[in-house]
Design a binder for this molecule. Structure first.
Ligand code: KG4
Ligand code: ZN
Length: 342
């Protein structure tokens, strides 16, 4: 007898992207993301504006995801949604929407931890069945909201080995970019200019943090003082040195990440490394991981870009895995701004 396909509608609204996706088992059949442009002019995400934009976007985004998938609501097996971590006002929009839809359709509701989803995105079935990491592996999630190294023993057996004590790595990129007068989000621009610059020109100090934790706030401060001093001596300092400054910042950040990864490999004896989150798009970290395959013998896994940045397909794959286990949420479930992986 042929097994019935499981159709999951997934909803993500933890920060400034309103996203919906439909999965048929492990395969993504639609993946819609509405990125909120409004925050650009403020130099960062404004929580109140984010939740308002989610309210405007959620119905059209879900509708579009169902239309592209070419399936009717009645065919859905379950609704998966991001319960946390994230901005409370933003999470509430997706949570309430998912709950009412599940109630209306009388189908199961599945709550998803956003950080777990960034990691489990590696198990989405790709067009060419992209290789998924074997258990156990190390996952490094690097984005505007998170920086963690996680030991992944199984789909839902994860242990956080280290995380940032202050800024996330994406924030380090974005705040450095802001100091240089670049628009938000500045990470991709630093990457762009870094390609043209000399990464050894301006040495920045490395944070001294024990174990596998990270810290980026000191780096940001030293960049601020460095730029202030440069501009004091030469008002055109930034313009004349932009490529070299960006290359030096990126080099420093990549080195901080790679050093911690190396330490994690040493500590655990695991050299299967998966990354996720928006900063995975950075050419410096990608190159460093590729180099480590050759020089250190690691095997590295980088998901497709659309599954690295915030998206609902990654929420959908967790939905599918939980559906198979019968792990459903109660309709009384509430959003959780701080939601730690257990
Ligand atoms: O995962 P994501 O879309 O959203 C969050 O959960 O934060 O990550 C966005 C972050 C931003 O900080 C952005 O500047 C950074 O990812 N980012 C990059 C690059 N592309 C995106 N940072 C450095 N280099 C890039 N190429
Ligand atoms: Zn994220």
């Amino acid at each position: 007898m042929k097994r019935e396909t499981i159709y999951i509608l997934a909803i993500e609204s933890s920060c400034d992207d309103t996203a919906a996706a439909v999965l048929a088992d492990r395969k993504v059949i639609s993946n819609v993301v509405a990125t909120q442009k409004i925050h650009g002019q403020y130099g960062g995400v404004v929580p109140e504006l984010a939740s308002r934009a989610h309210q405007q976007n959620i119905v059209p985004v879900v509708h579009q995801a169902l239309t592209i998938a070419n399936i009717d609501k009645k065919q859905l097996s379950a609704i998966a949604f991001t319960r946390g971590p994230g901005l409370m006002g933003s999470l509430l929009v997706g949570t309430s929407f998912a709950k009412s839809l599940a109630l209306g359709l009388n189908i199961p509701l599945i709550e998803v931890n956003h950080m777990q989803a960034h990691i489990l995105a590696h198990f989405i079935e790709g067009e060419e069945s992209a290789k998924a990491p074997p258990f156990p592996f190390l996952a490094m999630t690097i984005s505007g909201g998170h920086t963690q190294i996680v030991l992944v023993r199984d789909y839902f057996k994860m242990e956080i080995l280290g995380e940032t004590l202050d800024d996330a790595v994406g924030e380090a990129f974005d705040k450095s970019a802001k100091i240089l007068g670049l628009p938000y989000p500045g990470g991709p621009l630093i990457d762009k200019y870094a390609k043209l610059g000399d990464s050894n020109r301006f040495p920045f100090p490395r944070p001294k943090v024990d174990g596998l934790d990270f810290s980026f706030s000191g780096l940001k401060t030293s960049i601020l003082y460095f730029v202030r001093k440069g501009v004091k001596g030469n008002p055109n300092f930034i313009n004349e040195n932009l490529n070299d400054i960006c290359a030096s910042i990126q080099y420093t950040i990549v080195e901080i990440l790679m050093n911690k990864l190396q330490r994690a490999v040493k500590q655990t004896g695991i050299d299967q490394i998966a990354i996720g989150g928006g900063v995975s798009a950075n050419s410096g970290i990608r190159q460093a991981l590729k180099d480590a395959e050759k020089s250190k013998g690691w095997t590295t896994y980088i998901p497709k870009f659309e599954y690295c940045t915030d998206n609902a397909a990654m929420i959908g794959i967790v939905g599918y895995l939980k559906y198979k286990q019968g792990d459903f949420a109660n309709l009384a479930v509430s959003a959780k701004a701080r939601y730690i992986i257990e």
